[in-house]
Design a protein around this ligand. Sequence first.
Ligand SMILES: Nc1ncnc2c1ncn2[C@@H]1O[C@H](COP(=O)(O)OP(=O)(O)O)[C@@H](O)[C@H]1O
Ligand SMILES: [Mg+2]
Length: 290
Amino acid sequence: MKNEIRQAREAKEASKNKKGDMIAICSANGGIGRTVMSTNLAVALAKNDMRVCNIDGNFQFGDLCLSMDVRPTFTIKDTVEELDQMDEYTLANFLVSHSSGVKILASPERPEYAELVTTSVLEKVYKLLVNQFDYLIVDTEAGLQDLSLFFIEKSDEIFLLTTLDMVVMRNTKMMLETFDILGQKEKVRVLVNKSSVDSVIKTADVPGILETENIFHIPNQPQLVTQSMNVGVPFVSNHGKTDLAKAYFKIAEQLLSKREDVIVTEEKKPPSNSILQSIFQKGKAARSIF
Ligand SMILES: Nc1ncnc2c1ncn2[C@@H]1O[C@H](COP(=O)(O)OP(=O)(O)O)[C@@H](O)[C@H]1O
Ligand SMILES: [Mg+2]
């Protein structure tokens, strides 16, 4: 028993030293559930003692703060003037804290400020955040906008949300094809949101339509979600026993076990060869040839 506790503690320590994982929450169309997913997944991970930062990637009309009922003093726009001298401590001042422990990098307060956010801003912010958090959860803009592509390329996993709606499904398929062209398809995981809704397309049809296995289904619970969004309390916080919250805990659990697997594999890897060792080994190889 003591051994298990020690191992768990060591795994947690190792996890703190690992670079954070970035999850880009994407969808082809708007209104699919990216913001609901970003907020609830972030809180579900924070409940597991993870250090989580939620980034609102909808730089014109972001509503992440609203859906978590927090009022930001600063937004990503304010980091722009500080960019050259910014370090992880100054950046921390620009984040908003949620009661769950999740930190949020808010989107600009007005749509006209969105153009101040460029890829070089994102590059700097990403570099500083990725070493401070276990997870960066990005609520990206719908479709394949330039700035969303930055997050997509840098992400460790892409969560592509769809619904069973015909148009959404067609666009999701095109988005998947584009991810393939961009060399990003390996990272994609498809999630069917509101999957219990009655539709011409059935859940069983989805793998065939999208030519993808390993699809995660999230149930439709409109009342719970609407109420949670209106009061700004993520349902995983106060309705943890519902099917919807359970689906989110499951996703968080899968992410966590994947992260632990990576940490264990990295720890088991033999230490990389020193220059001297490499020369010695090359010498041995050369001798065995002659
Ligand atoms: N699992 C769900 N069950 C029922 N309604 C949902 C679910 N997820 C999201 N919604 C609803 O879908 C709508 C869009 O969600 P939102 O997260 O704002 O989408 P997006 O950020 O992709 O534009 C909201 O009205 C929300 O209440
Ligand atoms: Mg949204």
